[in-house]
Structure formats: C-alpha cells, structure tokens
Design a protein around this ligand. Structure first.
Ligand code: GDP
Length: 445
C-alpha cells in the first residue's frame, strides 16, 4: 500500500532532514515535490493543493523545538497533516448496527470486491462483536454472484438467505428483513447488485432497496486502485443513495493510494475499512495514524519530534513554575499562557486538562473568552515594548493608546487585558506560594 508515494516522500524528506538550518526556499522546494508526489499518487488537485498550503502555513508559523532539526519538524507537520486529511473532521464513531435487526446496505460497482467485502465484514462482526449476521445477495442478474455469497457464507459460518429464483431485489430485501426479524439476527447485510458503470436503473434499484430496509449504514465498496475514479464513484453514490462510509479494497496492491487521501476531503464520508487481500481475514479497520505512518514511513522522526516537544513543554512549564514561586508574572508570562491556550484548543481545552480548573473554564466561557479574544489579547501584548512587557505598571494612558492603536483595537481592550493580567498574577502568586505539591486544586476551588 502506498509504496510509490511513500518512496517519493521519503526521498524529499531525506534531503530535508539531512540539512541543519532550513531556508524558506528549502521548505518551498520540498513542498513543491510533495505536491507532485501527491498528484502522481492520484490525489485530487484541490486536496493536494490544500494539503501543501496547510503544511506550508504550519511550517512557517511553528517555533523550532530544541534538539530537532527544522527538517525533522517539517516531517512531523506533514505527518499530522496526513492524519488530518485521512481522518477529516469529527469521529464517525462505531458502526450503527445496534438496534436488531440492523440493516446494512453494501453498494458499489461490479468487480469492486463488494461480495467479498460483505463476507469479510460479516465474519468480523460475528467473531469480534458476537453479532448474529444474515447475508443476502440481491444480484438477480448474476446467479453466480448469489451462489458466490452462499459459498462464502458456508466457508465462514455465516447464514445466507436461501435463494428463491424469480424474485426481484426489493422482494429479496423484504424477505431478508423478515427472516432477520423472526430469526433473531442482529444484523442483515444486503449485497446489492453491481454494474460495470453507474446507471440510472442500478441507482433506482438501490434506492428502492434502501427504502425497504432503511439501513443506518450504507457502505460503499470501491476499488482503491482506481484512484480518483473511486472518489468520483463515491460522490455519485452518495448523491443518489446516500452513503455512510467507504471500504477501499485492493489496498494490498502497490496502488497509488490517492483515493485514500482524497476520499474524506471530497466526499466527507469516512473510510471505514480497507481490504488487503482475497482471504476472508484480509480486512482492516481504517486508522488514520497507521495509514499516515505507512505513507510517510518516518515513524522514528515523528516520535523524536513528539518527544522533543513534550520535553520542551515540560521545561517551559518548569521555568514558569519557578517564576510564579518567586511571585513573578509579567506580560511575557501572560503571553506564554495565552499562546499555549490557543495551541491547546482555547481556554476550554486547557482548563479541562488542569485539575480544579473546571470552574474557571466556565467563567471564562461566560465572559466570551474564545479564540478570537485570545488572539486579540496576544496582538495587544505584541504591540507592547520589551520594557512594558516586563513591567506592566508602566502602562499609563498614552502608552495604552499607542498599544491599542498598534493592535487596531480600543483602549478598553487594553484595560481588560491589564485587569486580567492582575487577576492572573494574583492567582499565580498564590499557586507559587503553595508550591508544586498538588495544591493547584485548592487555589482554584
Ligand atoms: P463484486 O463484483 O464487487 O462483488 O466483487 P467480488 O467480491 O466478486 O471481488 C472481485 C475480485 O476481487 C475477487 O477475485 C476478489 O477475491 C478480489 N478482491 C476483493 N477484495 C480484494 C482485496 O482487498 N484485495 C485483493 N487483492 N483482491 C480482492
């Protein structure tokens, strides 16, 4: 899976990580090569563009962590961006097959691996989740396909709906639903008919079946080797019948892998599983981290940068704690805190991680303390002089005016910032006095 893309990218990053200091040009050249590699892997153009743009913005804005090279840091940024692209926003959660009998519609073109995948998934649900599964083939045009599912069913020990000649797809779906209900099955899987190309008759049939079964999961099976075509097929099926997820098959081949990267960004649908061979066990759940790792093949560097970042943050925290213990908390300290908050998902994110800070987080939320407010506060601190930052007491009217103007804000905002600084300085002093020994909790309650 992804051999070519992986090779190309490691070539790019080998060059990059061998260098010490990087210039903006080095990064730009590398990213241009990344873009070409993505396009060659048949990632769609808008996705490749957005990918490179996002990496470039993050690489430019990131402070270089001690003990890793800028090149290594770029590798980590690319790695994280791969995960984000593969995963998309939001976690799709577990398959929605809880209310028995839950219908699961399997759709896709002929030859995509739909029947094989239906059986693989049935086996998985039976063995790993203890579900009682019934499979039914709706491919009335191809008796051989119906036979194939029955054979696979016997092979893996999963029941299939008996074949009755002359029934149409909707009739079979109704019978499957009945049998699943009366037979006490948890899940019934409908292996719909495929065609070589998308056609109206096929879509109408799948829609009719969908209306009878009302599945909460409709999985599209597509051949991962077909790159952008796979994504087009997904878009079509989603528009016509509505899909809830995708299974990419033949990911065991040395395909170009572009489908995996474009799928989520373009269709908005999660990739649920990948098919990795013809055997009944050759189905894996799709995990963005693992796939990104395979694409990049630079796990060592990613781990190194993560470790260095952790160490760096721990050292920073230690340094801050020492300052608080001495009763020191100036605007630089405040900025450090604000930067950190922004990075960790705003006030809510940070407070949620700190014991006893829940109350403060709620207050902050009520006060409209969102990311935008954080950015405004940071802009104000940025427009202060070094001296002012070190000693906020210097901030009298004329200085406040200059600072507000510098950040394009009102003086009232500067006053709010100063008030917040005073309150936080008081709190920090209290925490400092109490020492590190888990007294943070008391101070905040
Ligand atoms: P359908 O027409 O969509 O139902 O396709 P089939 O399930 O009959 O599969 C077509 C062929 O692809 C069969 O020979 C399968 O064994 C093969 N196949 C399915 N999934 C995979 C996969 O993930 N990897 C490989 N290498 N072959 C697969």
């Amino acid at each position: 899976m992804f051999e070519t893309l992986s090779e190309r990218l490691s070539g790019v990053f080998d060059k990059l990580t061998r260098q010490g200091a990087l210039t903006a040009e080095d990064v730009e050249t590398a990213l241009r090569e990344v873009r070409v590699a993505l396009l060659e892997a048949d990632v769609s153009l808008p996705v490749a563009r957005a990918f490179v743009k996002s990496v470039s913005a993050k690489a430019t804005g990131s402070a270089v962590t001690k003990s890793v090279t800028p090149g290594q840091q770029v590798v980590k940024i690319v790695h994280d961006e791969l995960i984000r692209t593969l995963r998309g926003e939001g976690d799709p959660g577990a398959l929605k097959i809880d209310n028995p009998p839950a219908a699961m519609l399997m759709v896709g073109l002929q030859g995509s691996g739909k029947t094989t995948t239906t059986a693989k998934l049935a086996k998985r649900l039976t063995e790993r989740q203890g579900k009682r599964v019934l499979m039914a083939s709706l491919d009335t045009n191809r008796p051989a396909a119906m036979e194939q599912l029955a054979i696979l069913g016997t092979q893996i020990g999963v029941d299939t709906l008996p074949i009755i000649k002359g029934e149409n797809a909707v009739q079979i779906a109704k019978r499957a639903k009945q049998q699943a209900t009366f037979g006490g099955y948890d899940v019934y899987m409908l292996d719909t008919a495929g065609r070589l190309h998308i056609d109206e008759a096929l879509m109408a049939e799948v829609q009719a079946v969908r209306d009878v079964a009302q599945p909460r999961e409709t999985l599209l099976v597509v051949d991962g080797l077909t790159g952008q075509d796979a994504v087009n097929v997904a878009t079509e099926f989603d528009g016509k019948v509505g899909i809830t997820g995708v299974v990419l098959t033949r990911m065991d081949g040395d395909g170009r892998g572009g489908a995996a990267l474009s799928m989520r960004a373009i269709t908005g649908k999660p990739i649920r599983f990948v098919g990795l061979g013809e055997k009944m066990d050759a189905l894996e759940t799709f995990e963005a981290e693992r796939v990104a790792g395979r694409i990049l093949g630079m796990g060592d560097i990613v781990a190194l940068v993560e470790k260095a970042q952790e160490t760096f943050e721990a050292e920073q925290a230690e340094r801050m704690m020492k300052r608080f213990q001495k009763g020191l908390f100036n605007m630089n300290d405040l900025k450090g805190q604000l930067d950190q908050m922004l990075k960790m998902g705003g006030m809510q994110g940070v407070m949620g991680m700190m014991p006893g800070m829940g109350k403060m987080a709620k207050q902050a939320e009520a006060a409209g303390f969102d990311d935008k407010a954080l950015r405004r506060q940071i802009a104000l601190i940025n427009s202060m002089t070094k001296k002012e930052r070190a000693n906020p007491d210097l901030l009298q009217a004329s200085r406040k005016k200059r600072i507000a103007a510098g950040a394009g804000l009102e003086v009232a905002e500067v006053n709010r910032l100063l008030k917040m600084h005073r309150q936080m300085a008081d709190t920090m002093k209290k925490i400092g006095k109490m020492g590190k020994g888990g007294m943070l909790k008391q101070a905040m309650q």
